[in-house]
Design a protein around this ligand. Sequence first.
Ligand code: CP
Ligand code: NVA
Length: 311
Amino acid sequence: MTAKVRHFLDTDDVSIETLRGLLQLAQAVKQAPERYAHELDGRVLGMVFQKPSTRTRVSFEVAMLQMGGHALYFNAQDLQLGRGETVADTARVLSRYVDGIVARVFAHADVVTLARYASVPVINGLSDYLHPCQVLADLLTLWEKKGRLEGLRLAYVGDGNNVCHSLLLAGSRLGLHLRVATPPGFEPHPEVVDRARSYARSSGGRVLWTSDPGEAVAGADAVYTDVWASMGQEHERAYRVQVFRPYQVNATLMGQARPDVIFMHCLPAHRGEEVTDDVIDGPASVVWDQAENRLHTQKALLLWLFHRVTL
Ligand code: CP
Ligand code: NVA
């Protein structure tokens, strides 16, 4: 009997136990990477990117290499996909060559279609809706820095985007108190907020939305922000910079959080817009650890998706 194909399009694709298990495994992998050096011998990961990437691309490539496998990077324009071959047909064909697929797409529906037609695991390496791989690294970072997840107050300030969505969906299942401040009109999607609220009811977590950054940040253990214009929204940048200006994470805003607050950002950052240099370069900033943790959490994810571990 062949094992069921696992996908990771949304943190909801894994149970809460598996989510916790992935974080524990990521810690073990981080402490002793050499133990996993041959776990993916001969495996090939195909990576299809419709948008640029530094962290996601490099961390997946390095993860595969360090575990004995190999990664192939494709800019969507280099594939026949760029000339009209369908996503479904691309999924069917790639599945005959590679053991897993990472896709970074504009429309979330494209990763859903890939997973539907692929016979190998598909990983969402960022869509317009979600960024689940990012949030695995964020949760590991929070856990390492604060020693717990339950009851932690995480303030997200800025745009209610893909990163905000995945933080809400995963954090609410693990009991975080999520406090989101966005300008009106830039709130996280109501479907995500509803789902997160229902998870919070079972986990003891909380989900608050406000248009007031000070209210979100008051007493926070962690303050998180992301760019004001995501990839694909560059044409709205000038307008967004005006609207989001009061949502900048600067020393004054950080001063309203707990004294031991940490600053988080998925990166890349637009310094001087959503965050000032003194905050991102300051002692509270954990952004480089967050970026490093992409590598360890994705190794854990690959081991689980390829059925190399039981969690
Ligand atoms: N945080 C993140 O996904 O970064 P990249 O766009 O560089 O992959
Ligand atoms: N929200 C950002 C995240 C980049 C990692 C974007 O989608 O561009």
